[in-house]
Write a protein of this length. Sequence first.
Length: 150
Amino acid sequence: GLGARDSLRLEAGLCLYGHDLDPTTSPVEASIAWAIQRSRRPGGERAGGYPGAQHIETQLAQGSARRRVGLLPDGRAPVREGADIHNEAGEHVGVVTSGGFGPSLNAPVAMGYVHSDYCALGNRLYALVRGRQIPMTVSKTPFVPQRYVR
């Protein structure tokens, strides 16, 4: 059951609390700023007034230091939670927060937080897995197109 949940939510690009979200992660960093009501945003009729509002408003205006991104590892080996992410120069730029095999894609998928300089679609990054560097491409989420109607 948990394996099915994890593979399907990963393909849908959905966050899991305790993995992709925690008390130290802001909605801007997690790419879920859409969850903040317009009335609560700066200039709204009820702006602010929620925990962390000042910090989040600053990130909305200036951007955040890190961002959650989708990652498509090369090959068939999945990249799991906790794997360090490096750039081509070998500098640490992030960490994988969720990863596994996507049955709909028939390929491994992952999500993680990377420094904002490296979050552009198509960037090549590397995950350190058991002493080996696995090449990955920054991808948009969801990995699988949505087929439901609201």
